[in-house]
Design a protein around this ligand. Structure first.
Ligand code: PLP
Length: 424
């Protein structure tokens, strides 16, 4: 069996009993099911294979901000993915995981000199340029190194997408992308630059995009601008159409991937370019859970709090985006249900995973999972309240590997120093 499922009354990840994982590695812990990542990759690649001609298959550059553990990166690389990075750190991760530089695209509105330098040194596929000052910056760094930077310009398509206003990136008011007019200016500037090779356009309208028509609206901006840029003599040989595919957290109606693929085929393929996509959440979101143990049940007038050992420092999405995450009991799953507020131990009321959630009655020591935590989960953990970062565990069939151990207090505290002048 693949992914997360019940077997003999107990929740498993692939073939592994989650109570065994908790006993061996403790809680809280992130647990990922490799089979689920493979299934998602195959679904996405499969729908593209079905809809697009063989010679126009997209390079699926995994947006590793979603989950950047190098074991996850290697798994996706082995499946044939490329990589989208947004920092120098992610470049280092990608190279360590074995991605070839020419499979890597670099995005982000604030690329720093060292990041551009390292990416040029490695020889990445392209920089997705977010502003004209950034174009000049890349030119300066590239000319100093005497390297040519391949660039595409990120178009701000002025459409609203994204499941929450904090993860919508394609609106006119957002910090991302370049307006149509400035794209023309950018191409004209690039033509005069000695170490820039402009090759096309990119876009990314947001994450967890449920208004699926927004993808179509954004794609429909492309034919016109591509035609006009070509008419001015510019080479448009690459189109990077971003990520943003949603996943089910609750009972959402999922994006019809085949319809999406058809839009890519009907609108983007005729433009006769290399096609790049940047899926993140879709590949890993439902492949991970945050395994946690009930510390106590606190009954107050009117509310029962399930106090668990995971907290907002381990999974910030509910606090940051009011995001919904499913919660399931790991064992004793058939007992009568009752409503709980599931909360962590941190000193903030915002440290609440959910309120009024019907769950099987639980007691101290019981285990639960917070579901759909594979994307934007561990990669956003912090040490708030000097809590240790949890381990990450990858399950593949009956194989189990700790792909990152739990932090220790030495890891956190030993790097801090007391200056001499305070040592009295
Ligand atoms: C430029 C870019 N590409 C791709 C992604 C991945 O988005 P998602 O995880 O929704 O697919 C993001 C996410 O913020 C992004 O900023």
């Amino acid at each position: 069996m693949s992914g997360f499922h019940e077997k003999n009354g107990v929740l498993h990840a692939d073939s592994v009993n989650l109570t065994d994982i908790a006993a061996e590695f403790g809680t809280p812990a992130y647990v990922y099911a490799a089979s689920s990542i493979r299934d998602q990759y195959e679904k996405l690649a499969g729908s593209m294979r079905k809809a697009l001609p063989a010679g126009r298959q997209p390079m699926l550059c995994y947006a590793c901000k979603a989950n950047s553990n190098i074991a996850i990166l290697r798994l996706l690389k082995n499946l044939g993915a490329g990589l989208e990075i947004v920092s120098e750190g992610e470049l280092h991760r990608g190279l360590k995981a074995g991605f070839a530089p020419e499979q890597i695209v670099s995005t982000g509105v604030g690329k720093q000199t060292s990041e551009i330098t390292e990416a040029l040194k490695a020889g990445i596929h392209q920089f997705n340029v977010e502003s004209l000052p950034e174009l000049a910056h890349i030119q300066n760094v590239a000319s100093e190194m005497d390297k040519t930077a391949s660039v595409v310009f990120r178009l701000n398509p002025e459409v609203t997408g994204g499941g929450h206003h904090k993860i919508s990136t394609g609106r006119k008011c957002d910090k991302f992308g370049i307006s149509r007019d400035h794209i023309f200016e950018g191409f004209a500037m690039a033509k005069e630059m000695s170490h820039i090779e402009p090759l096309g356009l990119s876009m990314h309208i947001g994450s967890q995009v449920f208004t699926v028509e927004a993808f179509k609206q954004a794609f429909e901006k492309l034919p016109d601008i591509v035609k006009d840029l070509r008419a001015e003599g510019h080479n448009i040989s690459r189109l990077d159409i971003g990520g943003g595919f949603p996943i089910v957290y609750d009972d959402e109606n999922l994006l019809d991937l085949d319809a999406y693929a058809q839009w890519v085929n009907d609108i983007v393929v005729p433009l006769d370019t290399e096609i790049i996509m940047e899926p993140g959440r879709y590949l890993v979101g439902n492949a991970g859970v945050l395994l946690t143990q009930v510390l106590n049940v606190k009954e107050t007038q009117g509310r029962d709090f399930l106090v668990v050992d995971a907290a907002m420092n381990d999974l910030i999405r509910p606090t940051l985006y009011e995001a919904y995450h499913g919660v399931e009991a790991v064992q004793n799953r058939d007992v009568p249900k009752q409503a709980y507020d599931v909360v962590g131990p941190i000193c903030e009321t915002g440290d609440t995973f959910t309120t009024d959630r019907e769950l099987p009655a639980m007691a101290a020591g019981d285990l639960a999972v917070i579901k759909s935590a594979g994307a934007y989960g561990f990669c956003m953990v912090s040490n708030y309240n000097t809590r240790l970062m949890p381990p990450e565990i990858l399950v593949d069939g009956d194989n189990i590997a700790v792909i990152r151990p739990r932090q220790t207090y030495e890891d956190i505290i030993d790097v801090e120093t007391i200056p001499d002048w305070l040592k009295i």
